[in-house]
Design a protein around this ligand. Sequence first.
Ligand code: GLU
Length: 301
Amino acid sequence: MLLQEAMEAARRAPARGRVADYIPALAQADPTAFGMAIATVDGAVFGAGDWEHPFSIQSVSKLFTLALALALADGGDELWRGVGREPSGNPFNSLVQLESENGIPRNPFINAGALVVTDRLLKLTGDAVGAVRDFLRAESGNPAVAVDDSVASSEAQHGHRNAAMAHFMASYGNLRNPVDSVLAHYYAHCAIEASCRDLALAGLFLARHGTRADGSRLLSRSEAKRINAVLLTCGTYDAAGEFAYRVGLPGKSGVGGGVLAVLPGRGTVCVWGPGLDAAGNSVLGVAALDALTTATGWSVF
Ligand code: GLU
């Protein structure tokens, strides 16, 4: 009921945004698709609309790569030497800061930062995309979560900017693996297909202060707090201020139109609508989260 009302409120807004087409395979997404799921810390999940329809998670994957890299690293210090924790104020695929800041990206959620995190996860596991996919399968209980190879290869053929960033960072010694391997794993984890249901369940470890679905600990309480903090300040491109203002929750968006938001201690909400605003965030998704948190008061503030 609550979800349906939030979705109806979002549909009343005049704008719909544009489906991302800079990765040609993403341009085939249905611009009218719209789904929303809410999961609670005890593992219950509810949804409305296209909430069980898989979509390309794109940058939503970046929160999972970060969590897994931090979980497997011996403390986060090495990782945080290679990537910062400040909003960039620039588009997600911008190259401009990298040169003046010596190949250290501003944060783990812009593309350059996510490439560094993917590189570290690859070093730690030997299979970064497999680690993310298996984590999503385990937490969602859905063995069908998988990489869409056509999306990954479509991005590989058009990913000149990501390749440029990766080479640039390698020239500063900020990658531990060959550039081509890092890019392949990055494109593949971005090309994972999952639904709002799957992502809401998979994100619950952040609402549970670091604890996984099976009760084991992925992250310490403090690490989970830190990831939520970076999500709030950097998770929604250079519109993170607007997202915090409207929604009041940590969240991560992707150019496939998904947004995963965390209500610490309570649960998660995932929304999918492929039409994006100029910053790259789902127009319907942000509007629905805005309506939901405004109606319920569910926010970290
Ligand atoms: N794979 C996409 C890229 O690197 C992810 C972008 C996004 O969702 O923000 O451009």
